[in-house]
Ligand binder design. Structure first.
Ligand code: MN
Length: 419
C-alpha cells in the first residue's frame, strides 16, 4: 500500500503552534458530537476539529465517495487515506477554496474543547497484549521473585488475552473504583470490597480497518494494511484483584471495569516518517511471526498524575513505543493465526510500555515497586503507591518531526469512589 506523507515543510492556512499535536502533517480522525449537531467524523488541525459532514454537505468532498461521515463504518484504510488526502488539499495554505469561504469555514471548524469527542469506534472485540518486555520482566520480578523474570513462552509468542469491549471509554470519562475479591498473603480467606491497588497501564492500540471470515489469517506482511491507525490506551487495573484471580486463566475482573482510549486515530500514513527497526528479537521468531521492513515506531509517551488537591499535573513517566518486543504486525498475525474471524473496528492494545530505567515505568505497580517505594507529588507533598479517588491520569504521545510533532491528544480519566 502506498502511503501519503505530508512534507515537513508543508503548512496550513490555519495557525498551528509548533508544539501542537495536530499540524497538517498529522490530520488524525475522531468522532465528535458538537452541541446541537449530529455525530460526525472530524479531523484535528491546530486547536480545531474540522467537521467532515459539514464539508461533505457543502460539496467540498466527493459526495458519492463520502456521503454520510457520521461514523467510521465503510471507511476502511484505503478510503480513510483518500479522505485524509482530500482534507490535506483543503487545509494546505495555498488552497483558497475553504480558506476564503467564511460561511462554510466557520461552520466546519469546531473549537476542540467544544467538539465533545467520543470513542472513535466502539470496538466489537478488544484484545490486550503484553508486548512491553521491560514491563513483563518487572512484573515477573515482583510476582514470581524465585523464577526467571520472563516465562519461557514470552520470546516465542506475543502473550495476550481477550479483553472486554463494553467498558472501552472515551477520554474524560470517570473510572469507578471497582470492587472485587482480594486476599492478603496471610489471610485464610478472601474478602470482597473496593480495590486498594488501583492502577493505570500506559499502552498504545490499533483499530482494524477490515474484517475477515473464519479460517483466514493476516500475515505479518499484510498486517499494517489491516490497520486504520493508532490510539493511546489506558488499561486500568486493580492489582490486588489481579494477583488473586489471574492464575491459571489470566486477568478477568481486574482489567474489565474500564479501558480509556484517546480520541484521535493517528494514521500509519502520518507515522511513516517515524519508523524504526525496534529491538532485536532473539530467538528468531517462527516464520509466521517474522517482521518485515521497519516494524516499530519512535513515539514518545508520557503519563501525568494530578491529585484532587493539585492545580497542575506532575509528569511521572516518560517512555517510548520502541520498548515493545513484539511489533503491531506480529500481534495481529499471531492473534489471527488460529483462523478466528475478526471485524472492522476491533481494538488491539500493546500491553504496558515501560522503559528500563526509573521514571520510565508505565504503571504505578512499577513506579512504586509494588507499593514499597511511594512516589511524592511535589506540589502538595502527597505520597502515592497506587491511585486514590480523585486522581486524574493523563497519557500523552507524540512523534517529534523536524519542526512539527505528530501527537495523539490526551487520554485522560479520573478515579471515582467505589459504588
Ligand atoms: Mn494491559
Amino acid at each position: 500500500m502506498s502511503r501519503f506523507t505530508v512534507p515537513a515543510s508543508s503548512k496550513s492556512w490555519l495557525p498551528v503552534a509548533a508544539e501542537s499535536d495536530f499540524p497538517i502533517q498529522n490530520l488524525p480522525f475522531g468522532l465528535a458530537d458538537p452541541k446541537g449537531r449530529n455525530m460526525s467524523v472530524v479531523v484535528a488541525i491546530g486547536d480545531w476539529a474540522l467537521d467532515l459532514s459539514v464539508l461533505s454537505e457543502a460539496g467540498y468532498l466527493d459526495g458519492e465517495e463520502f456521503p454520510l461521515l457520521d461514523s467510521f463504518i465503510e471507511l476502511g484504510e484505503g478510503r480513510l487515506s483518500d479522505l485524509r488526502r482530500a482534507v490535506y488539499d483543503l487545509l494546505e495554505e495555498s488552497n483558497p477554496r475553504l480558506r476564503d469561504n467564511k460561511k462554510v469555514r466557520e461552520n466546519a471548524l469546531v473549537p476542540l474543547e467544544k467538539a465533545n469527542l467520543q470513542v472513535p469506534i466502539p470496538p466489537v472485540s478488544f484484545v490486550d497484549f503484553y508486548s512491553g518486555v521491560h514491563h513483563a520482566s518487572n512484573v515477573g520480578k515482583m510476582f514470581r521473585p524465585d523464577q526467571p523474570p520472563l516465562l519461557p513462552n514470552y520470546k516465542w509468542l506475543p502473550i495476550g488475552y481477550n479483553g472486554r469491549a463494553s467498558s472501552v471509554y472515551a477520554s474524560g470519562t470517570k473510572i469507578i473504583r471497582p470492587k472485587g475479591q482480594t486476599k492478603g498473603a496471610n489471610d485464610a480467606a478472601p474478602e470482597f470490597g473496593p480495590t486498594r491497588e488501583m492502577d493505570f497501564e500506559l499502552e498504545m492500540g490499533f483499530y482494524l480497518s477490515q474484517g475477515h471470515e473464519a479460517g483466514k489469517r493476516v500475515t505479518t506482511t499484510a498486517a499494517e494494511d489491516h490497520m486504520l491507525g493508532l490510539v493511546i490506551v489506558n488499561d486500568w487495573s486493580a492489582r490486588d484483584m489481579q494477583r488473586w484471580e489471574y492464575q491459571p486463566l489470566g486477568p478477568f475482573l481486574a482489567k474489565s471495569f474500564g479501558t480509556t482510549v484517546s480520541p484521535w486515530i493517528v494514521t500509519l500514513d502520518a507515522l511513516e516518517p517515524f519508523r524504526i527497526d525496534g529491538m532485536a528479537q532473539d530467538p528468531a521468531p517462527l516464520p509466521y511471526l517474522r517482521n518485515h521492513g521497519k516494524p516499530h515506531f519512535d513515539i514518545g509517551l508520557e503519563v501525568w498524575l494530578k491529585s484532587a488537591k493539585m492545580k497542575k499535573p506532575q509528569l511521572v513517566c516518560r517512555s517510548n513505543m520502541k520498548n515493545l518486543y513484539w511489533s503491531l504486525a506480529q500481534q495481529l498475525a499471531h492473534q489471527t493465526s488460529n483462523g478466528t474471524p475478526v471485524e472492522f473496528g476491533d481494538l488491539y492494545a500493546t500491553g504496558t510500555i515501560s522503559g528500563e530505567e526509573e521514571g520510565t515505568y508505565g504503571s504505578m505497580l512499577e513506579l512504586s515497586w509494588r507499593g514499597q517505594q511511594p512516589i511524592t507529588l511535589d506540589e502538595t507533598g502527597e505520597k502515592r503507591t497506587f491511585l486514590e479517588d480523585g486522581d486524574t491520569v493523563t497519557m500523552r504521545a507524540y512523534a517529534q518531526g523536524d519542526g512539527f510533532r505528530v501527537g495523539f491528544g490526551d487520554c485522560s480519566g479520573t478515579v471515582a469512589p467505589a459504588v
